[in-house]
Design a protein around this ligand. Structure first.
Ligand code: ADP
Ligand code: MG
Length: 349
């Protein structure tokens, strides 16, 4: 069941030659109750898409649907949608509980109901004890929880979160990632979460929409996006990877070295392509593709080994470290490498 849908959404800012296409024909269906993440670099159009869903902007063309209804022209306050921003935008002169109840009070809800809901929301974000404090007395992480409680209080069908954790330091950010995921599971509300942090997207999301230059590049579960990136942008934006030029030959691909690589998922087209394989799927072996060890970097849990193939292509292998941390590698040594079965993907453009 689809909660939110953007259909061929275009958003242009400015006129003529100076126009910026912040969104360039974006279509996406976000399912009811899912944790959906929009992931992409700064300027790719993530905030613009959220603002179209919230109703703060209207699309140049295309539609926004909620529960199958066209809401493109519905004003923001008539949409069952709420937003949490990176800047918490709390009211400093109000208490924590008053901040959380603010939206409901504005809707004219009875005082007892406002207070009861505020109490429940604060329990949900584990801040009951802070109800009567001023928000200026709270830490950044606590303020973010108050902002979340406030956004959840009117029971929105969809909660939009625009880089809500990026102002927090690393440790707090990790804690809040777990917290947000828990909140989403407990409330069952559809979350549309925006981040430029690939690890955050991979660990928190049911599905990810990867964006670049105003377009959605790929939509899928974290595992799909990581193991089967559709193009060079997605492959390199999410995790580290190797690119290998090759020529398709039936169910295999011939590298520049002449070596043949089996493909589990060979495309129907032919000609030259780019293959991609993740560093952790590259193994050193007794036989296989000849390579020379150029250098390596020890990372504790693993060691990244930089290898040069005979045609000059660079390949990085991520090898698990042994208990002593000794790599047993020699610079300039001739070795062989193999790719794990199913690990080699053929990229589109
Ligand atoms: P993101 O949130 O992914 O960083 P944005 O959606 O904020 O990206 O911006 C996408 C593009 O649209 C950028 O090039 C940005 O400069 C441009 N843009 C966004 N809002 C406006 C606006 N109000 N006026 C003009 N250009 C804008
Ligand atoms: Mg943004």
């Amino acid at each position: 069941e689809i909660a939110i849908e953007a259909r061929n959404a275009v958003k242009a800012f400015g006129q003529g030659a100076a126009a910026v296409r912040a969104l360039d024909d974006v279509s996406v269906q976000i399912r009811k109750g899912e944790f959906f993440t929009l992931l992409g670099p700064s300027g790719c159009g993530k905030t613009t898409l959220l603002r179209l869903i919230a109703g703060f902007e209207s699309p140049t063309s295309g539609q926004i649907l909620l529960d199958g209804q066209d809401i493109t022209n519905l004003p923001p306050n008539r949409r069952p949608v709420n937003t949490v921003f990176q800047s918490y935008a709390l009211f400093p002169h109000l208490t924590v509980a008053q901040n959380v109840g603010f939206g409901l009070q504005m809707q004219g809800k009875p005082k007892a109901e406002v207070e009861e809901t505020a109490r429940r929301m604060l329990a949900l974000v584990r801040l009951e004890a802070m109800a009567d404090r001023k928000t200026s007395q709270l830490s950044g992480g606590q303020q973010q929880r108050v902002a979340l409680a406030r956004a959840l209080a009117p029971k929105p069908k969809v909660l939009l979160l625009d880089e809500p954790l990026s102002a927090l330091d690393l440790k707090l950010r990790k804690e809040m990632q777990v917290e947000l995921k828990r909140l989403q599971t407990e409330t069952g509300i559809t979350f549309v979460f925006v981040t430029h942090d690939q690890e955050e997207a991979l660990t928190m999301s049911d599905r990810i929409g990867v964006m670049s230059a105003g377009k959605i590049q790929q939509i899928g579960a974290p595992r799909d996006i990581y193991t089967r990136p559709v193009n060079r942008f997605v492959a390199s934006f999410i995790g580290e990877t190797n690119f290998l030029p090759a020529t398709l030959q039936g169910a295999a691909a011939r590298l520049g070295t002449g070596d043949l690589v089996e493909l589990t998922d060979p495309p129907t087209r032919s000609g030259t392509v780019t293959l991609t394989v993740r560093p952790e799927q590259v193994r050193l072996a007794e036989s296989g593709i000849a390579a020379t060890i150029a250098s390596w970097v020890y990372f504790g849990t693993d060691t990244h080994v930089h290898l040069a193939l005979r045609d000059g292509t660079e390949v990085v292998a991520r090898l698990q470290s042994n208990p002593s941390g000794e790599t047993g590698l020699t610079q300039g040594a001739e070795v062989h490498l193999r790719f794990a079965p199913g690990a080699v993907q053929v990229l589109g453009d």
